[in-house]
Design a protein around this ligand. Structure first.
Ligand SMILES: [Cu+2]
Length: 304
């Protein structure tokens, strides 16, 4: 209705316009592949594959709902004001000072209430994501410039171990470590509560798997602990979420959630390959190579 079509062209031009609009709409819709539709349904979040993931997703979803309700109210008020208080004659000057007490009380209290509700639910979900209970499996993870080392324990687990040197959860370990030419794989058993003990020998990294819908900083000098329970077998990806230096982009890793038998098999394959250690490789002098760099161009970091 608001579109200006040249008068001389008349009806044919309108038809051309209609076809053009229809064509454009079809193109846009056709651009929505199945993957896009899946993304839209997920509100741009990855599929949840852990017990803890859905809590993050629900928080995200309801934040969207709150934002939409706020949007509808604000848009409604804008359009109402535009129409109701439009200028009706050229020399009309509206009264310059005016207020509406109920409206002002509303737009002071509503945002405060929203912040309180958001805060409450954010803390609730954060508590769930950072909760530490007795783990079924403990994996020692080292984020070193510029890759990851994953240490899997062999034998009985001591769930009360602190992870401090001399107090590891297992008596011996098998490990895998990535470097510039190889992206490491983190293999995990399904339906087990897994604790990641996160360590860094150099700078702050951040351990994250999008499908877990959680992540945690990896900070030199301390052990950060994160627990998740993967519930869906499959292949996923993970990465470092902290801009940690020049080769930060190399800090990718693969995640494979497998059955308990496959997990045991994986660990014995690592042992057969000679990747065994009495204590987990936690970086510093223990990290085998300065990942990603040639021997002679080592930078200060994990080889120290
Ligand atoms: Cu990093």
């Amino acid at each position: 209705m608001g579109l200006q079509v040249p008068k001389i062209a008349g009806a044919p031009a309108r038809r051309v316009l209609r076809v053009a609009v229809l064509g454009a709409a079809m193109l846009v819709l056709a651009g929505c592949s199945e993957a896009d539709q899946h993304q839209i349904k997920n509100l741009a979040m990855p599929d949840r594959i852990t017990e803890q993931g859905p809590y993050t997703y629900e928080l995200w979803k309801w934040a969207w709902v709150a934002a939409m309700i706020t949007g509808v109210i604000v848009w409604g008020l804008i359009f109402y004001a535009v129409v109701k208080f439009r200028r009706r004659s050229d020399d009309e000057v509206p009264r310059q000072t005016r207020y509406n007490l109920p409206l002002e009380v509303f737009y002071t209290i509503a945002p405060v209430l929203m912040c309180i509700v958001f805060f409450f639910h954010t803390v609730r979900v954060q508590d769930i994501q950072t909760e530490l209970s007795t783990p079924d499996v403990t994996v020692e993870v080292t984020g070193q410039q510029w890759s990851w080392t994953f240490n899997h324990g062999v034998g009985e687990e001591n769930p009360d171990a602190t992870g401090e040197p001399g107090d590891y959860a297992y008596g011996s370990y098998v490990y895998t470590s990535g470097d510039g030419s190889e992206i490491p794989t983190l293999v995990l058993p399904v339906d087990q509560r897994i604790q990641f003990n996160l360590r860094s020998p150099d700078v702050i990294h951040n351990f994250g798997v999008p499908s877990f819908l959680t992540r945690m900083d990896v900070i030199p000098g301390r052990i950060n602990k994160l627990q998740v329970t993967p519930t869906v077998e499959g292949d996923y990806v993970g990465k470092c979420y902290e801009l940690c230096g020049v080769y930060h982009s190399r800090m990718l890793f693969k995640v494979k959630v497998v059955s308990q038998e496959e997990y045991e098999q994986y660990k014995s394959d690592l042992a057969d390959a000679g990747n065994t250690a009495e204590q987990p490789l936690i970086g510093g002098a223990d990290t085998t190579t300065q990942a990603g760099l040639a021997e002679d161009d080592n930078q200060e970091g994990s080889q120290e």
